[in-house]
Design a protein around this ligand. Structure first.
Ligand SMILES: Cc1cc2nc3c(=O)[nH]c(=O)nc-3n(C[C@H](O)[C@H](O)[C@H](O)COP(=O)(O)OP(=O)(O)OC[C@H]3O[C@@H](n4cnc5c(N)ncnc54)[C@H](O)[C@@H]3O)c2cc1C
Length: 576
């Protein structure tokens, strides 16, 4: 066994590696070229279906007109037959089933081939662009209006042209705010999903949550703006660049900065409230009080103006009703996390657009601080296509270490690139994304390396490499070896979408790595927007699909020529 382990650690990149985990465990082909390993969990009919679906996704005209085609098909054949056709094709390929009972066979099959599940109730409202824009604009402006204020950061304000947040987004779901009741309904759907995860995944499952489902977007915009303004403020005091927490400032630095104004009672009061920990790291605002205790937003974010010594608000006006909506959003999130905790399900908070992300990430980190004291319960998501993500990760890792909580993260490239760029160009602010795909990959790998090199936090640090990119998966495995992280240490896990890149997920799971599928479920008619986006995204993945199609053909041919056309998958693997 020791010899096998040494072989696994020292093996070069493109040779077959012997896994050290107990039996049954397959060897892992790091080139992901083995059709047999990729598809041993599939019946031959499922391979044919996958090939057919990918083939259709390669036809531009069909993909571009998929929504219209699905509508027409439904009109012509009627709802019942339409559902049968969808289940035999796209729905069957990308969606696990309608509810927690019908998804069970898929989840069980994944499990028996070493793959765990992240459940995502993928029901989406199919609203028009006009309706989406109307809802978004009205839900993104505060009761006091969207007035131009001094020092305003324009990217954190709604822009009519980009109010339909689905614009050029294929790999993520979008929620549009209707009212508080609709957020309650979304919360109920998440709670039901938690039951489904608990019931079908044998305590190995995760559930994905989007914060925009739980509250008014205006509040996330305002909170994001205040966070960025606070960073700018700290930069003025500290000089240089970086995030709030990376400025190792002391109260004396503040006194020097405010000069004679520091004797004013309101400035004294402000400085009294600033907390700084033993390492001298200043926290401008008491986040834990703001999020845990009912501290008002309007009153919390005030800083002294260095020129006048007068206190000024960093946040635009928030009415008592909006304060209540903010509390509601946090209450819903807390409720979901607590419910998940009771049944041993972990929560993964998705990353969304950059104008919401500072708030989402801050709330998520505070939830980790609160709930991840002695285990992984809440995971954040970091988008590595953003130029600043490396700094964010370092800052958050430091906070987790200082405050002694488990830091769980999903690392992705990011789903909103075209929209982010178009919005930045149209509104005239700096493009927040990396300049090209190579830079995004460099950023992903740099973040991964940083995280895995923090050996001192090992055991309190968990990372999901959520990517369909083979090089990234290989790089993660290489880093695991370099840092002596074993597949079953559960420090690193991998995630891909159901129905995509099976040639990566299954060989990983079968070789004893912690592998997950993102598993959408929901009634056929209500997941059509999801399927529509899946078709679009696959078109963008032509190179990956080409490889998967070729592996599918090889496996179909192998089964025909070896008389295994009626092969019945029967996995005996146990996920780590
Ligand atoms: C399990 C799972 C969970 C996910 N959760 C989230 C989430 O919470 N939030 C989220 O935003 N996304 C999420 N995604 C989607 C993810 O961000 C990517 O959009 C998707 O996975 C494609 O990236 P890749 O690494 O798989 O593939 P690759 O093909 O290697 O990379 C494609 C990605 O590279 C980036 N890119 C493409 N062109 C350029 C360019 N010209 N310049 C710079 N960068 C470029 C884009 O991010 C693009 O999506 C998730 C994906 C998975 C599998």
């Amino acid at each position: 066994m020791a010899l096998l382990r040494r072989l696994a650690v020292n093996a070069p990149r493109n040779v077959r590696v012997l896994s050290s985990a107990p039996s049954p465990r397959d060897d892992l082909d790091l080139n992901f070229n083995s059709p047999k390993d990729a598809f041993k969990s599939k019946k031959t009919s499922e391979l044919v279906r996958a090939y057919f679906v990918y083939q259709i996704c390669s036809v531009n005209w069909i993909v571009e007109n998929n929504a219209m085609l699905m509508r027409r098909l439904r009109q012509v054949v009627g709802q019942r037959l339409f559902e049968i056709i969808m289940k035999a094709t796209f729905y069957g390929q990308f969606v696990a089933g309608e509810d927690q009972n019908t998804i069970r066979p898929t989840i069980d099959r994944l499990h028996s081939f070493g793959v765990k599940s992240i459940l995502d109730y993928s029901v989406e409202e199919d609203i028009s662009q006009e309706e989406a824009e109307k809802r978004e604009v009205s839900a993104s402006i505060s009761e006091s209006g969207d007035k131009q204020e001094e020092g305003q950061l324009k990217q954190y304000h709604v822009e009519q042209r980009f109010a339909d947040r689905r614009y050029k987004v294929t790999s993520a779901r979008t929620y549009f705010y209707l009212n508080e009741a609709s957020c309650e309904k979304n919360m109920e759907a998440f709670l039901k999903s938690i039951d489904a995860v608990a019931g079908v995944t044998k305590s190995t499952g995760l559930m994905a949550v989007k914060l925009t489902a739980l509250g008014r977007p205006q509040l996330l915009l305002q909170l994001s703006e205040v966070i960025m303004k606070a960073r700018n403020y700290m930069q003025q005091i500290g000089g240089g660049t970086g995030n709030v927490l990376t400025h190792h400032k002391t109260i004396e630095d503040f006194q020097r900065y405010f000069g004679s104004h520091s004797n004013k009672p309101e400035v004294q009061e402000f400085m009294k409230k600033i907390t700084s920990d033993k390492e001298g790291i200043v926290h401008l605002f008491p986040w834990s009080n703001i999020l845990d205790k009912d501290m008002g937003l309007s009153d919390s974010f005030r800083v002294p103006d260095p020129k006048t010594g007068q206190m000024r608000r960093l946040i635009s006006q928030i009415s008592p009703k909006e304060e209540e909506m903010f509390r509601n959003m946090l209450r819903r999130l807390n409720h979901i996390i607590q419910a998940a905790n009771e049944v041993d399900v972990r929560i993964m908070i998705d990353a969304e657009q950059t104008y919401f992300q500072p708030a989402i990430s801050r709330i998520c980190l505070e939830m980790m601080r609160r709930y991840n004291k002695d285990k992984f319960l809440v995971f954040n998501t970091y988008q590595t296509y953003l130029k600043n993500t490396y700094n964010e990760i370092v800052t958050d890792l430091e906070q987790a270490q200082r405050q002694n909580f488990y830091w769980g993260a999903k690392l992705v490239r990011g789903a909103y690139i075209e929209q982010e760029r178009a919005r930045a160009a149209a509104m005239g602010y700096e493009d927040p994304t990396c300049e090209n795909i190579e830079a995004t990959t460099t950023s992903f790998h740099k973040c991964l390396k940083e995280i895995l090199s923090r050996a001192e936090q090992k055991g309190r640090l968990g990372i999901m490499v959520a990517s369909h990119n083979e090089d990234t998966v290989r790089y993660a495995i290489q880093l695991m070896k370099e840092h002596n992280i074993k597949p079953d240490d559960k420090v690193v896990c991998f995630g891909q979408l159901l129905g995509m890149c099976d040639h990566i997920t299954f060989p990983l799971g079968q070789a004893g790595y912690s592998a997950y599928k993102y598993v959408p479920y929901g009634p056929v008619l209500e997941v059509l927007p999801y399927l529509s986006r899946r078709a679009n995204e696959n078109r963008g993945f032509l190179v990956k699909i080409k490889k998967e199609k070729s592996l599918l053909l090889k496996e179909i041919a192998r089964r025909i020529f070896t008389g295994q056309i009626f092969y019945k998958p029967n996995g005996k693997y146990t996920p780590v």
